[in-house]
Design a protein around this ligand. Structure first.
Ligand code: DGJ
Length: 369
């Protein structure tokens, strides 16, 4: 199970979180006239949306090209051959896993549903992915050596709450899947809950995960085929953090994390290092402005480098609706700003990629001087 403190906080924050979501959703529906997702978790066959999105509207309903709110929570994005692929948790109302959905986009605003990349297994209660398990925070990398797409995710076994604390690995020849489940395990014997993957410039990949009942945040280098952990396995922090999201900019490594309060939002915290081997320093909360203490009601999931734009990164976070409506959880994407070597995240009601061209940025887009 999550730590006792985490569970207590979950209940304590529930009412507050509910009120918070209501106030934000009124803004969301005013700006995006799309349908919310089908709460049963089934994909609906709506007519393609005529609306071409040209902005990000953090916290709003985000319709896919069928006009249905995107169902890819706790996700990550891989850019491959001119297309972005977004993999995330397919959710219904309740906590039970429905697998992972994949969407594709060329412009980051308009997303086409590609299907289920990996589903829980029905009819085999002994299977690691037996229906009723929890499958969370999928991330995909492409392995240039094996030419395979490799997915890692957080797996909790059916009927065991959050006590299994395993990482799981799946593989595919195609980015959108279907993925073949390989195995689940505790990397080097360590518990593994919230997680992300990070691929460094030299092709080395790392699994970053909450361990020791969420007390430790660990980083473990993966094998050359990305299918398993190596013994290069270190502790980044022992501050009870989860929801890791990593970026590298101008040779420095940054890790955005949340505290542990189940589905309720809390203050983010940034860690920084000159080397991926550490040491990592605690840089405090990178979020500024009103609601910074709840990360704008969200929890980090991924940092997306914008393709072809040096220094352009998008902070991706989930505004969870953990009180029985997980499918309607919202996405909050915001540009990452750099103040010297400090990461700063500020709220924007609407924004678009031209923001990265604007004067005042400390980084110059590729091809500009
Ligand atoms: C917080 C984690 O970040 C989520 O991915 C999920 O595991 C919830 N806890 C469950 O309470």
């Amino acid at each position: 199970m999550k730590t006792l403190a985490s569970c207590a906080l979950h209940f304590a924050f529930c009412t507050l979180h509910f009120a918070f979501c209501i106030s934000y959703s009124s803004v969301a529906h005013a700006t995006q006239p799309a349908r919310a997702a089908d709460p049963s978790g089934k994909e609906t066959s709506a007519a393609p949306s005529a609306v071409q999105l040209r902005t990000f509207s953090p916290g709003a309903v985000w319709p896919d090209t069928n006009g249905v709110h995107i169902n890819a929570h706790g996700g990550g994005i891989l850019y491959k051959d001119g297309t972005y692929y977004w993999v995330g948790e397919k959710r219904g109302r309740q906590q039970e896993a429905l697998g992972f959905n994949v969407y594709s986009s060329k412009d980051l605003y308009n997303w086409r549903y590609e299907g289920v990349a990996l589903a829980p297994v029905e009819g085999d209660p002994q299977h690691d992915l037996a229906k009723g398990c929890a499958m969370e925070r999928p991330k995909i990398l492409y392995n240039d050596r094996t030419k395979k797409y490799v997915m890692w995710f957080h797996l909790e076994l059916r009927g065991k709450g959050y006590s299994a604390a395993r990482a799981a690995v799946a593989i595919s020849d195609k980015v959108a899947g279907p993925y073949k489940f390989l195995r689940s395990f505790r990397p080097n014997g360590n518990m593994s809950r919230d997680m992300t993957l990070f691929q460094d410039d030299d092709g080395a990949a790392y699994h970053i995960f909450a361990s020791r009942d969420n007390v430790d945040m660990r980083i473990c280098r993966l094998t050359g085929d990305y299918l398993g952990p190596t013994s290069e396995d270190r502790v980044i922090s022992s501050d009870e953090r989860e929801a890791p999201a990593m970026l590298k900019h101008r040779g420095k490594y940054y890790l955005i994390t949340s505290a542990c309060s189940a589905w309720a939002p809390n203050a983010a915290r940034l860690y920084k290092a000159d080397s991926i081997r550490g040491p990592w320093s605690n840089e405090g909360n990178p979020v500024r402005g009103p609601n910074a203490n709840t990360t704008f009601g969200c929890q980090s999931t991924h940092v997306l480098p914008v393709a072809g734009r040096e220094g352009a990164f998008i902070f991706m976070a989930d505004r969870w609706r953990g009180n029985g409506n997980l499918i309607d959880s919202r996405y909050v994407w915001l540009p990452i700003q750099f103040d010297g070597d400090r990461v700063v995240i500020e709220w924007m009601d609407h924004w678009d990629l031209r923001w990265f061209d604007k004067a005042g940025r400390t980084d110059i887009p590729v091809g500009r001087s």
